[in-house]
Design a protein around this ligand. Structure first.
Ligand code: 5RP
Length: 255
């Protein structure tokens, strides 16, 4: 009996460990493919946030060393800034670069139109600004993020709000759009998560109904107190998804 329990435990551990490894591997493959296919010498590159972008920065640093790419990188968060500095890449910003050539960033979920939910890591506002000022916006993700429609796998839309107004925004969203908007709480600090912009986050659990995401986004951003939403509609041109079988799926925004 004891022995069987031990074997089951080992199997479970092996299963969890293996699937975790393949998720990381798929992130890396997607990130490397995007950097190799899109980034050219002397470009201004927007650098996204999250765990997948770490691999893209690794690849940018390797290419900088091998080819002398001479790129300048614009970060989308405190984390991205540190990644750029630690990798020895040239750090720039939006004041110096009026136009970014290409931005590469992760997502929490993408639908068939490459409409995205972003902001799982809480950096959505700066990510959206950098992407909106880029000629090309390319998404990198593992296979879990590739959906037919939003909400299939990721259940909430992050919304960055002015702390002063969080309760009013929460009520407005719930009354007008349904679902539940929860204040994101910190894990290693008492109280809510505070973003890079000193704001709060509402995670809006939007439910299962089909929605017109363009209209939903428009409605939420007009609520006083909302800084930005994690809905990226009509922004990404291309997505790279690392698949479980080790290949990379390239998806272009339908015309
Ligand atoms: C952070 C983001 C990230 O890009 C998104 O959460 C994906 O993260 P990961 O690469 O860790 O899956 O929007 O605000």
């Amino acid at each position: 009996m004891q022995l069987r329990r031990l074997q089951n435990f080992r199997q479970l551990y092996k299963y969890l460990h293996t699937s975790e490894m393949s998720v990381e591997e798929s992130k890396k493959k997607a990130a490397f493919a995007a950097v190799d296919n899109h980034v050219k010498p002397n470009q201004i590159v927007g650098v996204g946030s999250g765990s997948t972008i770490v691999y893209a920065v690794q690849r940018l640093a390797a290419r900088e060393k091998e080819e002398g790419l001479n790129i300048r990188c614009v970060p989308t968060s405190f984390q991205a800034r540190q990644l750029i500095l630690d990798a020895g890449l040239n750090l720039s910003d939006l004041e110096r670069e009026s136009q970014i050539d290409i931005t590469i960033d992760g997502c929490d979920e993408s639908d068939v139109n490459l409409t995205l939910i972003k902001g799982g890591g809480g950096c959505l506002t700066q990510e959206k600004i950098v992407a909106a000022n880029s000629r090309e916006f390319v998404v990198i993700a593992d296979y879990r993020k590739n959906s037919a429609s939003l909400g299939e796998q990721w259940k909430y839309v992050p919304i960055e709000v002015v702390p002063f107004a969080w309760k009013q925004v929460k009520s407005k969203i719930e009354q007008e759009l349904g679902g539940e908007a929860k204040l994101r709480m910190a894990k290693a600090k008492a109280g809510p998560v505070v973003t890079d912009n000193s704001m709060f986050l509402l995670d809006w659990y939007m439910g299962d109904q089909a929605r017109d995401w363009f209209t939903v986004n428009q409605r939420i951003v007009t609520i006083p107190g909302v800084l930005e939403t994690g809905l990226f509609v009509n922004m990404a041109q291309k997505a790279y998804f690392g698949l479980e079988n080790g290949t990379v799926l390239e998806k272009a925004k339908p015309v």
